[in-house]
Ligand binder design. Sequence first.
Ligand code: GLN
Length: 497
Amino acid sequence: MIDLSADEMAQKLRAGETTSVALTRLHLDRIAAVDGDVHAFLYVDTEGALAQAAAVDAKREAGEKLSPLAGVPLALKDVMVQKGVPTTAGSKILEGWRPPYDSTIVTNLKNNGIVILGKTNMDEFAMGSSTENSAYGPTHNPWDLTRIPGGSGGGSSAALAAFEAPLAIGTDTGGSIRQPAAVTGTVGVKPTYGGVSRFGLIAFSSSLDQAGPCARTVLDAALLHEAIAGHDPKDSTSINAPVPHVVAAAKSGDVKGMKIGVVKELNGDGYQRGVRTRFEESLELLAAAGAEIVEVSAPNFEYALAAYYLIAPSECSSNLARFDAMRYGVRVGDVDGASAESVMNLTREVGFGREVKRRIILGTYALSSGYYDAYYGSAQKVRTLITQDFNRAFEKCDVMVSPTCPTTAFKIGEKSNDPIAMYLNDIATIPVNMAGIGGMSLPSGLAPEDGLPVGFQIMAPAMADERMYVVGAALESALLTKWGAPLLSKIPALAGK
Ligand code: GLN
């Protein structure tokens, strides 16, 4: 049962072949069996999940009309606040904090009867590409437990790949949904900026942060996308437009006549051989399905990484100022006669990890008077150039594609002392966030040289998220025919569990 897709689980629930309580128990048992090895979860909400599941079962019993995913369990990235449930964003500074309210995503999940199993591990405040920056220890990639599951949302993707949950929520500021999806052989979608509410998403870089669906199939991602998306007056950057019909798009998967633009700058030198092999093969499959493959150029993508590492730290230095030892979580040095300033200093010293401190310092410097125009201002100009590159390219194609990451999953510890090497992992995902458009990663096979999953990235213009699902579904179905079984059925590490 646990290796079915969320859609198949939902069908079984509708047909009365199982109950949400039974399905939830199976996943809780699976978590108990494998999470000691994987460490995808920071908190498992056994009681809360079973109570939610029982409530959905009772409604079904009473003949109430339920939404498509009602009763299916989900893993929630620990950056989303959930009322009464410990929420840390992977940081020591929030240890023990129980939010007094639900994020809009959580409200939407609950309204859809989706059962929240618990909170997943992540890089502290979503800063990282490997989940090694979590204050609570790393998550292990279910394909090879000595390797990283990607980041910052490594817990969510690892939970999917280890069959601990069929659905998960991620957030993507520079790739944190797509890169973990790529290196774990799962599907992750960053919707158009503003498509899913940020209310109750602990902010990292507000102009880039976007929550989205993580799943094992394109259709499951679409079902979850429609469940969580929509206008929210509590988020001033939320788009006031109807939710895109991504489920219909995922069911169609008809790419005949579509133009697929291969980004010249995101393929070639610096990309692992097996990553390129799988990418080329996916292009051939899409061409065989009736799409036209064209080449597009985005010359300013070269500057995306540098600009991102000014904008994201700048915004984070402002957002993280709220962790002042007065309002949330941990407080250190609060002894008689201690000044507020010394309590704040001591708390931040202990509460923030190395990468978070590095970025706060970088951002504060970039925003300081005299440097603002040279750094932050220039980075914002680069952002406009990147958007213009996308606009020009989308005149020639319907979607743009690239490998999601330059390499497959690296070893835990391999890059943790080299921030630049770590940052380079996001070279192909960051442009999407800079322009606020949509991006999807889905598995395109295993790299022949190391047997690890490779991600295929699809980028669509803002407010045209449907296109990613059409192309994603087409590729997924062509690959399934080729493989004969889903990629995740080949996962070796947890065999026997
Ligand atoms: N890896 C990138 C970073 O460290 C992106 C993180 C994210 O998308 N949250 O900032």
